[in-house]
Design a protein around this ligand. Structure first.
Ligand SMILES: Cc1cc2nc3c(=O)[nH]c(=O)nc-3n(C[C@H](O)[C@H](O)[C@H](O)COP(=O)(O)OP(=O)(O)OC[C@H]3O[C@@H](n4cnc5c(N)ncnc54)[C@H](O)[C@@H]3O)c2cc1C
Length: 321
């Protein structure tokens, strides 16, 4: 196929640049659902995805199956973590009690999402994909089973993250109501530590610490409904730093290297939008919220299969409720 990618900014320059890169079905599922199954399936696809992408691009990707250690403070938190682990076992998610109050997830992993998007970009260029950066799509228009705008094509995939529903879509002259995409802002901070200082991912509630192979240690985060405000808030950063130091005490005396934020693509009904828009030539891939990095191989594979067989309907019905 001949493919063009339009991006209003730079490819992978928004949420996919900002994300921590945890591949963590263990931290993200508390019920048995299709969505939970897609997280587990995508985690299983990751090693071959990374291998294929490295071979196609020649670019290194920092991917570690390092596991994740989850902590609790109270008896009640511990009981609910153990109950969650019981449900997760039905999905094939393994966990082990390390000591009372600590649960280890051996299959959780981390990847550097900036490596992934860099490699995807190179691989796409090598395969002849036309990359058009700084070119926003103002409207998507389909007529009689084919795309007319932004250019004639057999089909289009709308994957504009938190901005997706701001792009008007029309099919045969009829404006389409898309499920509204909603930005959920998250701050992250980083520290330069020596290699392997943190080991597995460390998690406690909404606080987590992830380490890259070069020692860069990233911690977060927040879930803020503040629109597309790009200003890093020092009060929020200070609060994250306090929480991180409780999880890894040496961070209290380690100077922060940087702080940044990104806009997770959520949706008004909490459901990820992955699949075909009715029986039109428009396909959707947005709203993957906290798990877009984890889900990338599964979304790509599944969408390719759906497009190849021109199936109708959503393929990722479940939600973050
Ligand atoms: C702080 C934080 C921590 C996170 N941690 C994790 C994690 O540990 N694990 C995980 O799996 N996920 C994580 N995520 C979530 C993950 O980053 C996202 O789910 C994922 O990156 C979404 O990818 P996307 O391609 O849908 O959106 P984006 O990466 O935001 O890409 C959307 C693109 O659309 C472009 N665009 C916008 N409007 C237009 C237009 N009109 N025309 C053309 N292009 C347009 C933008 O320029 C952008 O490049 C985190 C996110 C944040 C913010």
């Amino acid at each position: 196929m001949s493919v063009a990618v339009y991006d209003a900014g730079t490819i992978g320059g928004e949420s996919s640049w900002a994300g921590a890169g945890m591949l963590a079905p263990g931290g993200e599922t508390d019920s048995v659902s299709e969505f939970a199954r897609s997280l587990v399936a995508s985690n299983a696809l990751y090693p071959s995805f990374v291998e294929e992408l490295t071979a196609e691009s020649g670019a290194p990707i920092d991917f570690r199956r390092c596991g994740a250690l989850e902590f609790t403070d109270t008896e009640e938190e511990w009981r609910s973590l153990v109950a969650r682990a019981e449900i997760q076992r039905q999905l094939g998610i393994r966990s082990e009690i390390r000591r009372p109050g600590e649960l280890f997830y051996p299959d959780d992993a981390v990847v550097d999402p900036r490596d992934v998007v860099r490699a995807l970009r190179i691989a796409c260029q090598r395969l002849g994909v036309e990359i058009r950066e700084g070119e926003p799509v103002w409207a998507l228009r389909a007529e009689r089973g084919a795309i007319l705008d932004p250019r004639p094509a057999a089909f289009a995939i709308l994957a504009a993250g938190a901005w997706s529903s701001s792009i008007p879509v029309s099919v045969d002259g009829e404006a389409q109501q898309l499920v509204r995409s909603v930005p959920v802002r998250g701050h992250l901070v980083s520290y330069d530590l020596e290699k392997d200082a943190a080991g597995p991912v460390l998690r406690k509630g909404a606080t987590y610490i992830v380490q890259r192979s070069n020692g860069l240690t990233i911690g977060g985060s927040t879930h803020e409904h503040v629109g597309f405000d790009r200003s890093v808030n020092p009060v929020i950063v200070a609060d994250i730093e306090r929480r991180l130091a409780r999880l890894l005490p040496r961070l209290a005396s380690t100077p922060r290297a940087s702080a940044w934020l990104g806009f997770r693509p959520f949706t008004e009904n909490g459901e990820a939008q992955t699949g075909r828009l009715r029986s039109s030539p428009v396909y959707l891939a947005y709203g993957h919220y906290r798990n877009g990095i984890l889900l990338a191989p599964w979304i790509g594979k599944t969408l390719a299969e759906v497009i190849a067989s021109s199936q109708t309907g959503s393929i990722s019905p479940a939600a973050y409720r």
